[in-house]
Design a protein. Structure first.
Lengths: 124, 407
């Protein structure tokens, strides 16, 4: 996965703006190239939890474009590794691109998560 | 006929289609018909007679869970949207196995249940043990937040020196943060503050300026502000008016409690600067809208160490009294009795203001039929060991505390 600097900056900026809570959104990918970050709303605002909320029609429309999607959320201080909660709540997103940004470490990492665990998705 | 928009995550189960058709009068009928037509969807849409946990269903752009759920009527020609329900998060406050700095260990203090202190089984009292911060008090949160906020705003730069009127915990916390970040710190304190306090401040690297004993802590404030006016090199964090103080409790103390507990009916904290009550109270109200924010306030003319009576004439600018739901007056004697009991019954050696908070927590717990009370214990009792009250007979407590200015 390739995340250009401007897209990465948009994720980092949103994550910082949401402090002290976690931020979440969607990353749109053309092939392995990230092209846009769509900031979502954290419907359960908390420093340790997120619940992604986007306008449902807008999200459904995104799903009809020929783009891959990655769910993005921030960890306020933990490293950008899927937590137990992330794994338990992966649900329909299993084995799909999943991006975590650690605000404290200013690190971004991508994963494929399944209920059994997770694997890194190399970032170029 | 209803159009159902399928998210990419479920298209494999419907032959790759972006949308499919199904019929039914209610959301339940439509979804059951959908699963019947596309059995590969299995229990990903409906489980145990409800909407499956990892899917959200929208009708007219609205989550059907906020309408009548599966019984919501689907008007003919309306579109249903299925989307993944995505949630997660770091889940636990993360503490590194090895900290890079003592400042990384500020906050994330434990909550412990106090079954022997609680007056009834149906009410649970939890204590938040702020004494477990690096210098042993809740003020580590405030000192770190005030200095980092001033650094971030550019107000505090290398070469400036910190000045704060305090003989109490804030001084010790500021001394730690200042030392680790390389700023000199001077504390202004009344001449008659205990030798124990002065020694501790000096050990942590602070310089000390004395204000007249007769003017008490207000005299220390006056002198510090005069010094700052005369010499712009000083930066005075001034916890009573610094917004970073309540913010530290909003983002830290309050958020930690909101994450740890599923229910909070009453929050009790001592009234000092008002930072804890304002910040943690605000944060808890967001999660528990009906929570009662209760201040333990000393009786006028009967100072409890670390606490402040509003009747003494100074209302800290960060304190908005209208945001307090209850103010419960506590005498010194009650505070000391409670702190001794806390040690005897629960094994917790708290400071005197912790005793005041426990006294109020018990009283408010007794008013509830059931529920959860959280008391914030600002520090431990270690710094007060030279006080006579620990082993004075109950009646001698008052007298044993009158002779010294502690805070």
């Amino acid at each position: 996965m390739v995340i250009p600097a401007a897209v990465r900056a948009a994720i980092a900026e949103h994550a910082r703006a949401e402090l002290p809570n976690e931020a979440c959104g969607l990353l749109l990918l053309d092939g392995d190239q990230a092209v846009e970050y769509v900031a979502g709303e954290n419907a359960s605002p908390s420093p340790y939890f997120f619940e992604l909320r986007l306008d449902p029609v807008a999200w459904a429309d995104i799903g009809d474009r020929d783009l891959e999607q990655a769910v993005v959320h921030s960890h306020v201080s933990a490293p950008p590794r899927p937590s137990r909660t992330d794994v338990e709540r992966i649900g329909l997103w299993r084995d799909r691109p999943y991006v975590i940004y650690s605000v404290r470490l200013d690190e971004l990492a991508a994963w494929r998560v399944s209920p059994d665990g997770y694997e890194p998705l190399p970032l170029a | 006929m209803t159009v159902v928009r399928i998210p990419p995550t479920l298209r494999g189960e419907v032959g790759g289609a972006r949308q499919v058709e199904a019929t039914g009068e209610t959301v339940r009928d439509v979804l059951e018909d959908l699963v019947e037509r596309h059995p590969a969807l299995g229990n990903q849409i409906l489980t145990n007679g409800g909407i499956a946990p990892f899917v959200n269903v929208y009708l007219g752009g609205e989550d059907v869970r906020t309408m009548d759920g599966l019984d919501t009527t689907v008007p003919d020609g309306e579109t249903l949207i299925l989307l993944p329900a995505m949630a997660g998060g770091s889940s636990q406050p993360w503490t590194p196995a090895v900290a890079r700095s003592l400042l990384d260990l500020v906050g994330q203090t434990p909550l412990v249940e106090l079954p022997r202190i609680s007056p009834k089984e149906s009410v649970t009292i939890y204590a938040k043990l702020e004494g477990q911060n690096p210098t042993g008090s809740i003020k580590d949160r405030v000192a770190k937040a005030m200095i980092e906020a001033a650094e971030a705003s550019g107000e505090l730069e290398p070469g400036r020196a910190l000045l704060e009127p305090t003989s109490g915990n804030t001084g010790i916390s500021l001394a730690l943060v200042a030392a680790l970040k390389g700023y000199p710190l001077t504390c202004v304190l009344p001449e008659n503050a205990t030798e124990e306090r002065k020694r501790l401040l000096r050990l942590y690297g602070a310089d000390i300026v004395h204000s007249p004993a007769s003017e008490g802590s207000n005299g220390a404030v006056r002198l510090a502000l005069e010094m700052a006016e005369a010499d712009p090199r000083w930066f005075v964090p001034f916890q009573y008016a610094n917004e970073a103080n309540p913010r530290a409790h909003y983002e830290g103390t309050g958020a930690e409690i909101a994450t740890a507990l599923d229910r909070v009916d009453v929050l009790v904290a001592g009234l000092g600067t008002g930072g804890t009550l304002m910040g943690a109270g605000e944060r808890l109200r967001e999660t528990f809208p009906d929570v009662v924010i209760a201040a333990a306030e000393p009786l006028p003319g009967d100072p409890v160490m670390g606490l402040r009576s509003l009747d003494d004439g100074y209302v800290p600018p960060i304190l908005d009294v209208s945001r307090l739901d209850r103010k419960v007056l506590v005498s010194n004697e009650q505070s000391v009795a409670a702190v001794r009991e806390l040690l005897r019954l629960e094994g917790i050696l708290g400071g005197v203001s912790a005793g005041a908070a426990i006294h109020v927590a018990r009283r408010l717990a007794a008013e509830l039929d059931e529920g959860v009370v959280v008391a914030i214990l600002a520090d431990g009792g270690w710094k007060y060991l030279s006080a006579d009250f620990w082993d004075a007979p109950e009646a001698g407590v008052e007298q044993s505390m009158e002779s010294t200015v502690w805070w």
